[in-house]
Every structure is written in C-alpha cells, then in structure tokens.
Ligand binder design. Structure first.
Ligand SMILES: Nc1ncnc2c1ncn2[C@@H]1O[C@H](COP(=O)(O)OP(=O)(O)O)[C@@H](O)[C@H]1O
Ligand SMILES: [Mg+2]
Length: 255
C-alpha cells in the first residue's frame, strides 16, 4: 500500500526540502519504490535538491488539468521518481492547489512511498498538502520559534485527521542554547524520529544539485537520513554514525 507522507514545518528554511530529497533518495536506495513531489507551488526547489533537468511537464500542468501525474514524473538515474513544480510566474498565476488531493490520489497504488514537499506556513498550499496526505512528517530546528510553528502544523494535521509520523529535528549544532530532543518532544507531543546535525556537507551537496545521501553516501549526516528512512520502511539497517577524527577531516580537505 502506498504511504502518502507530507513533509511540512510551519517555519521556512528549516529543511523540509532537504529532508524530502534525502529520505526519498534513501528509501529508493533501500529498494522502496518512491516518488517525491514538489507541492511548494510558490517557491518550488525540490528539483535543485535532487538534480533533474528542466522538465516539460510539471505539477502545475497536472493541477491545471493539462497533464496526467505520470507525465510529470521524472525518473532520476538513481531510480527515485520526482514530480517537479513549474518555475515560471505564469505557472503560479493560473494554478490553485485545491485539487492537490485528487492529483495525489492518482499517485496511490504502485509506489511504496509518496513524499510531498510542502510550502512553509499555514496558507492554502500547505494546508491542502497536509489534508491530502495520510501522514505528516514535521520538520523543525531546535529553537523556540521553529518548534512553536511546528506545533501549529501538527495541530492542523490533527484536525485534518492526518496521522503524525514524527518529528525530524534538523540542523542540530549541539549548542547549549538549543532545545534538546526531550524538550522538543514534550512541546510538540510526538517523537523525534530523526536528529540531523547541521553540517556544511548538506550545503555542499545542494550546490552540486544532489541530496547528501547521493553526494557522500557514507557521511554520518547521510547515515542519519538512511537510518530514518530504514525505520520508516521497516528495514533492518544499522547506521554508522561515527564522525571522522581531526586527522581524517584534515585529510578530507586535501583530497
Ligand atoms: N542539516 C543541515 N545542515 C546544513 N545545512 C542545511 C541542513 N538542512 C538544510 N540545510 C540548508 O538550509 C537551507 C534551507 O533548507 P531547505 O531544505 O530548502 O528548507 P525548507 O524546505 O524548509 O525551506 C538550504 O540551503 C539547505 O541546504
Ligand atoms: Mg522547501
């Protein structure tokens, strides 16, 4: 059965698209038939995170009724399927997210997972994406504004009857000023299912238009995403979370 999962947050820039791209890529590496879909209709950028060429049909065409969802599904070299959104202002003007639920329903059947990358905030776009999905993976950072906004998103999902899968706590720097996992869990009321450190490799991967799990599959940040994906899919996987020592880090810089 297809699991339709919305990746949403409340606050912008917390790492929804990064999470969608990396967990999607990891699920696909584990052999799960996975589709990632860019439901951020105003500022779509999932395509940049995964590295797909400009594609003739996008989710905007599907929402307008000009294409079937299968025509807007790009198959990445890795096997991951990507539904990009249109990048032009015209696309934006003529499209409404109101029939997103019907479009998403058309993806159900064949794939094991459909991950829906949502817009930030609680506008029409993101509410539609949450309501149209069966499950919510909420992304936050370890600070009060991000967690407060994540809580609102969780409340919307609860009202919509969308099951909350858990929390991805992203960009953890390990500073004393940060909220820790148990604080985040008690504020949001759901379990942190993945803790992802803040690491320059994530930005480096984006600059190369790759998820970090493709860019550096063995890196400890990638291992965290893979561990989360394995848990989601119920696969046995022991992530290697060892961080390189100073010597290896220096060696890495010279490579
Ligand atoms: N764990 C991380 N470490 C470092 N940079 C990150 C991490 N997660 C995301 N980023 C960076 O933060 C920026 C925002 O991430 P993005 O996934 O686009 O957020 P959102 O989709 O929530 O707006 C991007 O430049 C991304 O590369
Ligand atoms: Mg995004």
């Amino acid at each position: 059965m297809t699991r339709l999962i919305c990746v949403s947050s409340g606050k912008g820039g917390v790492g929804k698209t990064t999470t969608t791209a990396n967990i999607g890529a990891a699920l696909s590496q584990f052999g799960a038939d996975t589709v990632v879909l860019d439901a951020n209709l105003t500022n779509p950028n999932l395509g940049f995170h995964i590295g797909i060429p400009l594609y003739p049909k996008t989710l905007h065409d599907v929402l307008k009724g000009d294409a079937h969802i299968t025509e807007a599904m790009y198959i990445h070299d890795s096997g991951l399927r990507v539904v990009p959104a249109g990048l032009s202002v015209e696309d934006l003007r003529d499209t409404s997210p109101d029939n997103l639920a019907d479009v998403l329903l058309d993806t159900v059947g064949e794939p094991d997972f459909v991950l829906v990358d949502s817009a930030a905030g609680l506008g029409n776009e993101s509410i539609n994406a949450i309501e149209a999905s069966d499950e919510l993976l909420v992304v936050t950072n370890p600070n009060l504004p991000a967690v407060t906004d994540a809580l609102k998103t969780v409340n919307v999902a609860e009202e919509a009857g969308t099951k909350i899968m858990g929390v991805v706590l992203n960009m953890v720097k390990g500073h004393d000023s940060e909220l820790d996992t148990s604080e985040v869990e008690s504020m949001i009321g759901y379990e942190v299912v993945a803790e992802i450190p803040h690491h320059e490799k994530v930005e480096e991967a984006l600059s190369m238009k790759k998820p970090v799990v493709h860019h550096e599959p063995d890196h400890h940040v990638s291992e965290r995403f893979k561990g989360a994906a394995a848990d989601m899919a119920g696969f046995e996987y022991e992530p290697d979370l060892t961080e390189p020592g100073l010597f290896e880090q220096l060696l890495g810089r010279f490579r």
